[in-house]
Design a protein around this ligand. Structure first.
Ligand code: FMN
Length: 377
């Protein structure tokens, strides 16, 4: 009888402990969710962590998936020509593809269009939104590029050249917004700009106000002028000024390279979201550093994963790429990513040259095995 009573007490205590443990865990998750703030771009709910920047020739589906897997708030596809899309160019349409894999994380997926004609921009928006509601390919946000500095784009009056033609810029945004509304799809149109064309024509605030009146749902500002390209320092002061001038969410961008600088940008500019570009090359875990810092209140330190972990992440990235593009294309395109992943490790200069001749998944596996011999891949 004593044994039976003892067993019952034992069960009871276990039950109470387990129940309390679950309640405690649920409570902790709830607290964590409370600390996670959200930003709304129209009706799209976005965690206030960091956005993965649009990156032509870098930010393909595999790159975006890696960014999301490490906690990017949302991703934006590579800039895509509105005109090319309207002309039915297949390669152009490929750039806009959003795969099921990218949807697995539940975070929004945006695409980006560039162009200099309101009519073709409107048609391109219609094409982009022609996917059914339940298709993974229907983007959550369409972004308009008014920041690209390269001659090929600027020469057509698109990209950052639009900073010099505010009226045309307004017409382009307005036609994109109207096209989206006419289809009765609540997909927001956002814009990405620079601070101005050059240091003598800083007009980001004026351009942002035009975008807002034309119906843009959010604005990203990269704190450099067109003539700066990617050199010099990003001017966060203009981002702060712009944030005070408009009522739509403002996404700050430029030179954020760690959780610490991300927190600094939030603090200094008051922006609603921060966007990270180059610092995520070969370092997708930067998004986790930022997320941990914001949601768990961890000190803004770089996690600096071990070589083994880094190479494991690189392997995951290339395998994804091969799955999505096939080995031949994926390997060629992955060479630059491989060089970024191994940056800073002993003998990186020679390894970088080796990365440029990678042809197959076996080549990558051999490289990894050589760098961490105890691992069998
Ligand atoms: C290789 C590369 C490709 C880029 N492609 C795009 C693009 O397609 N669309 C765009 O709006 N910005 C593009 N950008 C600009 C970035 O999105 C971002 O604004 C810029 O790199 C500054 O942010 P960061 O200091 O975090 O890198 C590109 C930048 C780089 C370096």
């Amino acid at each position: 009888m004593f044994v039976e009573t003892g067993r019952r007490i034992n069960y009871f205590l276990k039950y109470v402990f387990l129940k309390n443990y679950c309640i405690l865990k649920l409570f902790m998750i709830y607290c964590l969710m409370c600390t996670m703030k959200y930003v709304y771009i129209k009706n799209v709910k976005i965690a206030k962590t960091a956005v993965s920047a649009p990156l032509a020739d870098v930010g393909d589906a595999a790159f975006r998936i890696m960014a999301k897997r490490f906690g990017a708030a949302y991703s934006i596809g590579e800039m895509t020509s509105a005109k090319g899309l309207v002309f039915g160019d297949k390669k152009t349409a490929e750039l806009l593809k959003i795969t099921e894999l990218e949807r697995e994380f539940g975070t929004p997926a945006a695409v980006q269009l560039f162009g200099s004609e309101p009519e073709s921009m409107a048609k391109a928006v219609e094409i982009v939104l022609s996917h059914p509601h339940d298709s993974p390919e229907l983007p959550d946000i369409i972004d308009i590029n008014a920041g690209c500095p390269v001659n090929k784009v600027v020469g057509t009056g698109a990209g950052s050249a639009l900073m010099k033609t505010p009226r045309l810029f307004g017409e382009i945004v307005s036609s994109a917004v109207k096209a989206a509304e006419s289809l009765n799809k609540s997909v927001p149109i956002t814009v990405k700009i620079r601070t101005g064309w050059d240091s003598g024509s800083i007009n980001a605030v004026e351009i942002a106000k035009i975008a807002e009146s034309a119906g843009a749902a959010a604005i990203t500002v990269h704190g450099r002028t067109r003539t700066q390209m990617y050199s010099g320092k990003a001017d966060w002061g203009v981002i702060a000024e712009l944030k005070n001038a408009v009522n739509i969410p403002v996404i700050g961008n430029g030179d954020v390279d760690s959780a610490k600088s991300c927190m600094e940008m939030y603090r200094q500019t008051g922006c609603d979201l921060v966007m990270v570009g180059r610092a995520s090359f070969g370092r997708p875990w930067i998004f986790r550093d930022i997320q941990n810092c914001i949601t768990k209140g961890e000190s803004p330190m770089e996690s600096a994963p071990s070589l083994k972990t880094r190479l494991g992440i690189m392997k995951e990235h290339i395998e994804l790429s091969v799955k999505l593009k096939g080995e031949r294309v994926a390997m060629r395109e992955f060479r630059k990513h491989a060089a970024w992943y191994i940056k800073g490790i002993h003998g990186a200069a020679a390894l970088r040259a080796e990365c440029m001749s990678l042809e197959t998944l076996d080549d990558i596996n051999r490289l990894i095995t050589r760098l961490i011999p105890e691992e069998v891949y």
